[in-house]
Design a protein around this ligand. Structure first.
Ligand code: MN
Length: 511
């Protein structure tokens, strides 16, 4: 069990009916209890499953779904139809269910007992038709849900449930998410902007502006001894030149300033209950005599706060900040790590053509291949060009998935691209953290499809999350998703975009 999800539960509701008598329902109840126990004991599921009994009537369905809506611990509901549970009895409940739904098409018994099977056995193993009746009403009612098919003890089934649970956790986390914008969007940028009202209604999170002057009030309150302790922590955690520890140097002061900024940002985020933030290099506080301003964008702070789970988006990119937080939550306990990244520069190299992923400073150290290196260099962008500290590293080699959300005016589109992170080369003159990847199916089609879809230069990357996570996320949120993968062709992808245009136009009219 992973600690990050300990506050959450997923409810398990078994559909049945009294046609076969109370004794049959009692046996079904016993089977369900054993199945839920088995799910929890498998060690494969990150969220505890709580069995909520059999639902035998419309009233019982409504009662348990209303309870799910009102219980903050419950982040999703799994339904399984043991029997031919007539689906009209699910209508009133489904009309009200607000939590993510998974329909598990499984059966208590694994293989048919050919020689002994009789009608009593049949009465207790009816999911084959019961789950179809339930599926029909969900489809007829246009209920968004995940359908997982497989025996409840099979690894593949458990893995698919685990994916959905992680997405439910990310979704639940986003429903009271606050993102603070320190400074506005970077002037004139279109793709990172969007409709914050629609985002709150559709995706759950709330975005507030926070004047940098308010952040500077926290900067003012940071204690020197806390800064000293954090600087010491940096030196213990990260590789660095020994000269950086010389307190008489400018470089040391820059590390000190970075630590002070980190403490100020963390303090204000904690105070306001925010789960993420954005920065803007043109808004760093007014210079005053007591140094209560940032001498450059707080890049090191952003790197470390991302690793801690705070959402981050550069240049006021609040959509990326919120999405990164969700990625981090879904990624809890998985080994590869995740980061905010930017398409930085292109490397044309035939079949190995790739995109360098980086940012001026703000890459999460969770994706580092080796221990990050703390360095201080000049950064000549923004209102205050200055030397500043950052963690420098290259990322691990391996497959991953990157995602972004864009606002198309009438809807949000989630764009997902499978990528292959390849061995990066050293960048002696560009001391930033970076990854190097080939977007699937190859650079030409991958980058072309991303651009046709209107994707950002910013995205949220993970080594661990696959497109299945994003499919579940899109299903829960009801937003459009396009997935660029090994099978993508430009002509096919363009058709999909055109068809989606019509679908979402009609869908909007229906809602
Ligand atoms: Mn950027």
């Amino acid at each position: 069990m992973i600690k990050a999800y300990e506050q959450y539960e997923v409810w398990f509701v078994t559909g049945a009916q009294l046609l076969y008598g109370g004794d049959a329902v009692k046996v079904v109840d016993g089977h369900s209890t054993e199945m839920v126990q088995g799910l929890n004991d498998s060690g494969k599921l990150p969220v505890k499953v709580v069995y909520k009994g059999t639902a035998n009537s419309s009233k019982e369905v409504e009662t348990v779904f209303k309870a799910a809506n009102n219980d903050d611990r419950c982040i999703g509901v799994i339904t399984w139809m043991h029997t031919f549970s007539p689906a009209k009895m699910w209508i009133h409940g489904l009309l009200q269910l607000k939590k993510p739904l998974m329909h598990l098409h499984t059966q208590y018994n694994k293989e048919i007992p050919w020689d002994t099977m009789d009608m009593d056995f049949m009465n207790l193993n009816q999911s084959a038709h019961g789950d179809r009746e339930f599926g029909h009403i969900c489809t007829r009612m246009r209920i968004r849900r995940k359908v997982v098919v497989g025996h409840w003890q099979d690894d593949n089934t458990l893995e698919r449930i685990a994916v959905w649970m992680r997405v439910c956790a990310g979704w639940a986390d986003a429903q009271d998410m606050l993102i603070l914008r320190f400074g506005d969007q970077m002037n004139n940028v279109a793709v990172t902007d969007g409709d914050k009202v629609e985002a709150e209604q559709r995706l759950g999170y709330h975005v507030d502006y926070c004047p940098v002057s308010e952040l500077m009030a926290y900067q003012k309150k940071v204690k020197d001894e806390d800064v000293a302790a954090l600087v010491k922590e940096y030196f213990a955690l990260y590789d660095h030149d020994a000269s950086l520890e010389d307190t008489a140097t400018e470089a040391y002061m820059k590390v000190w300033n970075s630590a002070k900024a980190e403490l100020a940002i963390r303090a204000i985020l904690k105070d306001k209950g925010a789960k993420g933030f954005t920065t803007n290099f043109d808004d760093l506080g007014d210079v005053d005599m007591e140094c209560n301003y940032f001498d450059q964008i707080p890049g090191l702070a952003s790197q470390r706060l991302m690793a801690e789970g705070y959402g981050f988006g550069a240049e006021g990119d609040w959509k990326s900040a919120a999405l990164y937080r969700t990625v981090w939550v879904m990624n809890q306990g998985l080994s590869g790590g995740c980061s905010f990244l930017e398409d930085y520069t292109l490397n044309f190299d035939g079949a190995d053509s790739s995109i360098l992923q980086s940012h001026m400073l703000e890459i999460c150290p969770m994706i580092a291949a080796a221990k990050p290196r703390l360095e201080v260099h000049f950064l000549g962008i923004g209102i205050r060009k200055s030397q500043t500290a950052r963690l420098v590293f290259t990322s691990k080699v391996g497959t991953g998935c990157t995602a972004t959300v864009v606002d198309l005016g009438n809807r949000f589109r989630l764009i997902v691209n499978d990528v292959q992170c390849i061995e990066p080369k050293p960048l002696p003159k560009l001391p930033v953290a970076s990854a190097l990847w080939i977007p699937m199916p190859d650079f030409e089609v991958g980058a072309g499809a991303w651009i046709l879809a209107g994707g950002t230069h910013h995205s949220c990357f993970s080594y661990d999350l696959t497109s299945e996570y994003w499919e579940d996320y899109a299903e829960i949120s009801g937003i459009e998703m396009v997935h660029i993968n090994k099978d993508t062709t430009i002509s096919g992808f363009k058709k999909e975009l055109r068809m989606n245009e019509v679908y979402y136009m009609l869908n909007k009219a229906l809602v």
